[in-house]
Structure formats: C-alpha cells, structure tokens
Write a protein that binds this ligand. Sequence first.
Ligand code: LIP
Length: 264
Amino acid sequence: MSIELRDLAVTLAREAGELVTSMRADIEADSISTKSSTVDLVTAADKAAEKLIVDGILAARPNDGILGEEGASIDSSNGVRWIIDPIDGTTNFVYQIPAFSVSIAVEIDGVISAGAVYQPSTGVMYEAALGAGARRDGQPISVNPKTSLETSLVATGFAYGSERREGQAQVLLRLLPVVRDIRRFGSAALDLCFLAEGQVDAYYERGLNDWDMAAGALIAAEAGAIVGDLRGNGPTTDFLVAAPVGIFEGLRDLLMDADADAKP
Ligand code: LIP
C-alpha cells in the first residue's frame, strides 16, 4: 500500500510543480500575502497547488484525511492521512530562487509511510516508501557515511519570528566554528533530500511544521539517516536533527549543549 501511495504522491507533486511553475512568472505583488509574520509569505500559487493536490487525492481516495499548509483539513475514515506543503520555500519562490519544492507525505495509522518531494526548477523528484528505500528520479540514493563533524557540511533554517531567530543565531555561533560549513537553502523538504543524496552531511532546524518535514524526513531516513529530536525521540515540530550514524550523536550533543531546542 505504501508503494501505491508513494506513486500517487509522485504524480500529484509533479502536477502541482508544473502548475506553480506556470504561475511563477506572473506572480503579482497583490497575490502575495503574509501569515505568521511580515516575512511569512503565501501566494496564489501556494493555494492553487494545494487545491490541485487535494482534488487529486479525493478523486482517487475519497476516504483519506488531508492536512495542508494552506488550510486543507479533512478527517480520515480509513487511517490514511496526506500531509501537504504545496510550496516549501515560498520566500525563494517569490524571489525567483530555485530552491523551492512541492512536498507530499502520506501517513498510515499515524506512521509516515510514503513521501514525494519535487523540485520544479530542476525537475528532480525525490521519493520514498517505508522500508523500500529512497530514490532520486528513480535511482537509489543514500547519505554520506560521514564520521567527522569538523568536515561535515550542515544545512539548517531559521524561523519567521525575530525572537526565535535570535536564539537560532546564538546556536549558529556555537556550530559554525566546528563544522566544515553551513548551508541555508530555505526549504526544509529539500534540505532533507539533499542530505538523503549526500549533497549535505547533516541538517537541523527548530520549529518546523509537520508539512515542512514529513516527506523529507522519510526520504532521509530511508536513505540511511538517523532522524529525530534532541531527546531521543522522533522528529517533532520543536526540533529536527538528521544525520548519518557516524556524526548524529556528536551533532545532537553539540546542539543539546547549545540549548538549541530550549531557546524561544
Ligand atoms: C520554510 C521551511 C524552511 C524554514 C523556513 C520556512 P515554508 O517553509 O521549509 O526550512 O527555514 O523558515 O518555514 O514556509 O516556505 O513552507
């Protein structure tokens, strides 16, 4: 069942990606609004893409539940729930920066079991099904087998609220001197996929939403990453850290020491 759900997620992610690409050139200032802060953007393309995905899910699977970043909220009557970020990296989308994605995850009885992340600007599709591995454009991918944090390239992201951003900057001060370098791409879903294929060596972020991380976390885990919070649990909206086994504990301990999940 997870393979079937993965394949539908791939189809819908590609269709939504093609839609937002067609809308991107014509995004007008009056179609951009804000949500949690003046820098938390949403566009007509976000909303149109979420509607396309929701319509596609309900046409194929009318009893499934749905949670979408732009407001979709349907209860499940069969234990299957879709978790949608129609454009992850909306700020990049608005600024015509290519690092944005369509992220679709599927939960079966509370367990994320399938996921697709599509990058419209490159046409690259990342996908995974629980226990069936992770793929990029149909080819298996895996994390870098890193064992040294000081030579690791670490991706992260920052919140929309200034108080939390101040705390995140303090964490960065502790991390930057002891790793190879930091990358901030602006899409959590892509950060996790880049980890899955070894384009970065680790990723962490405080305060993601379920829709930002659900698909990418499965893809990273199926590619061999350990994905969790700082307290020995799975990833949460409080904190996500993802890395190969050789550097996971070192990175987690460093972030714990910096109180990375305790700051505002
Ligand atoms: C984005 C995340 C990113 C985070 C941004 C923002 P959005 O999601 O993917 O990792 O750092 O602040 O939350 O809002 O573009 O869907």
